[in-house]
Each structure stands twice: as C-alpha cells, then as structure tokens.
Design a protein around this ligand. Sequence first.
Ligand code: GDP
Ligand code: MN
Length: 396
Amino acid sequence: MNLHEYQGKEILASYGVSTQKGIVVSNADDAFAAAKKLNKETGTEVYVIKAQIHAGGRGKGGGVKIAKSLDEVKEIAEKMIGMMLITPQTPPEGKKVRKILIAEDVYYPGESETKEFYISILLDRKNCKNIIMYSTEGGMDIEKVAETTPELIFKETVNPTIGLQKFQARQIAFNLGLKGEAFKDMTKFIFSLYRAYVKSDSSLFEINPLLKTSDDKIIVVDSKVTIDNNALFRHPDYSDLRDLTEENPVEVEADKAGLNYIDLDGNVGCMVNGAGLAMATMDLIKQAGGSPSNFLDVGGTADAERVEKGFRIILKDPSVKAILINIFGGIVRCDRVANGIVEAYKNIKNINVPIIVRLQGTNSDIAKEIIDNSNLNVLSAIDFKEAADKVQEVIN
Ligand code: GDP
Ligand code: MN
C-alpha cells in the first residue's frame, strides 16, 4: 500500500523521526487556517504548499510552491486544489490534486548551509536483507545521479539477526560529510528511521530530500512510504490510509469481490484458479503470440458467482479479444465450473469475444461435454497445448 507524503510523515513522526511540520487540507480556507496555526506553533513566516498525489517529481511539475504570507498560501491553494498535476511520474494527463499539505519552511537561512540528502530503506529480496541507500546528492535530480554518477549512491546492508549497528549509522553520517552536532543528529536519525521502517512493516521508505538545516538539524522534508500489504493485519489503524482514488478502479472492484486481479496491457483475458497456474497461463498466452490483458486468480472455489464476477471484470477492458479460462478441478469439480461458465455466459448478454475453456481434473470429460453442447461461442480444450493452439487460432 502506497501512502501520501503527509501520511508517511505522520507515521514517521509517530515513531519519533524528526519531520517537517505540516497540516493537510482540502480547501483554500482551511489552507489559510493551517498556515496561521503553523505560524503560531513554529514561528515560521514562510510556508510550503505541496500537492498530495501518488507520484514524485511534483517540484518539477509545479506541485510544490513557496508562500511568504497567509494570503499567498490561500491564493496558491485555490489554484492547486483540483488541478491536474503533470509530473515526470504521472500519466500524461496528470493526476487530480484533492489534498494539499501546508508545511513550515525548513530552508531558512542560518549559521551553516542547508544541504539536501537522499536516503531510502528497502528490502533487497535477492539477499533477504534490508538495505539503506543514501547519497549526498539528494533533491530533485536523484534519478539523474543514479544514472550518470551511481558511485555517489552508497549502500549499507543490515543483518536481520543483529539489526542495524552503531558503526553503520556512523559510517552513513561520515559518508554524508557531516561533522559535530549534525553528525550526532544523523546517527540518531538513522536509528529512528530504521526502527520506524521495521515497526511499521514497510517495504519502502524513501526520504528525498532529507535535509540538514542551517542550524544543523536533520529533518524529513519528503516521504514516500510503502507498507507491506501482507502485514496490514498487524496494523488495523493503517487501513484508513488507503486512498482508493489513487488505485485502478477495476482492481479495487475485484478486490472487493475477493478476486486477485491485476490489470495488464494485453489482449487476452484470463481466468484461472491458483496463482501458479495463472502465471503459467500467462506464459502460454505469450507463447501463442498473444499477450495477457490481466492476471486473475479466482481462488480454489471457482463457483458460478465468482466465474461471473471474473467475466464481468475482464470484459471491462475494451482491448480484450479473447478469454482463456484455465481451471484445475481439484477441490472444485470441473462439471460444476462448466455449468458456472455457461450460466454466467447467459447472464451477461454482451459477451462477443471467443472464449476458450480448459478444464482439467475431476469430471473434466463431463465438463467438456457441457461446454461443447452449450451452443455458445465457447471452445473447449482438454490439455494445455490444445488451449494454446486455440488461443493462437482466435488471435490470428
Ligand atoms: P517531489 O518533487 O515530488 O519529490 O517533492 P519534494 O517534497 O521532494 O519537494 C521538491 C523540492 O521542493 C525539494 O527538493 C526542495 O528543493 C523544495 N522544498 C521542499 N520543501 C521546502 C521547504 O520547506 N522550503 C523550501 N524553500 N523548499 C522546499
Ligand atoms: Mn522528493
């Protein structure tokens, strides 16, 4: 589950990570009031207004603005709320801004220079360990740094048995070129950030920029947080953080129906029971010259209702040219699934793409008979190869 910047910052702050203060709002009057409140609490007279969308690069796209008065905050908020914000990471038409974060300016002048760093924590799946990635070259051009000067990005691997070690936090602060108070604050910061990552069951923290202020404080200015969905049951309070408007509407609908569905770009819809078989089916479609328009695992109980729901979801994609149903009847009997398919087909009146059904397992022969005698635009196949050939046939 991806979070908005403001939500990520709230989680970080709840674990004691030092974070730029801000208040999220969804209209200009509240923006004005929020800035006033920040002024009272922090003394700041400069404010940052930040569009809250699930995409980075907002600074480059006009989604981060500075205001020097309360009236200016209101003015900018009026323009920003409701706009379609286009950044290098959004779809071409942009993303609608529904909420904005009003934050205190932390780039105030002072004794020393401000400095933007980059730091992220993520799971290195290959090595089964968390890694901390960091760089002195934080800010808006980190992608360019990764491309042209990757040697400026450092990595620290954390051993899961013993956890983050003090020498590692010091190594990071040292490589970031810090001294004195800022060095000390950074080592403390690294520990609090790592602890927050583990405790919140996140799979990604990306803090860019992480700022050293002009009075040598280390503070989070931007956050990208991804919580591991498989651990959400341990954090019931995080479930409200999900923003359905940022997700694919068809995937949201499938999720509500208990179907594991992922939207893809291709032209062959597939409905399969079991994730492994679903992946093999996608390979099969590719090999037959097509490309899957979705991943759909209907689960162990492929009854008529689920099959129908699956059909309806697959058919929402106008690029679907054929549907391949590949069900293994182990727990569920193939004849029941076949009846379910025929019933669903009749219930949904506008199916005008060919359907290839491969049912294997208990009562598969009876199932084939049911499909063949249904007089519907449904082709049945018994084995994998036959199904592949039929997919190829209808695609061509
Ligand atoms: P992103 O572009 O979507 O990653 O958004 P960020 O939150 O990283 O903001 C982009 C840029 O805005 C940062 O790199 C900063 O240069 C600038 N910025 C963010 N917060 C402040 C602030 O409090 N004061 C000033 N002056 N600039 C800020
Ligand atoms: Mn950023």
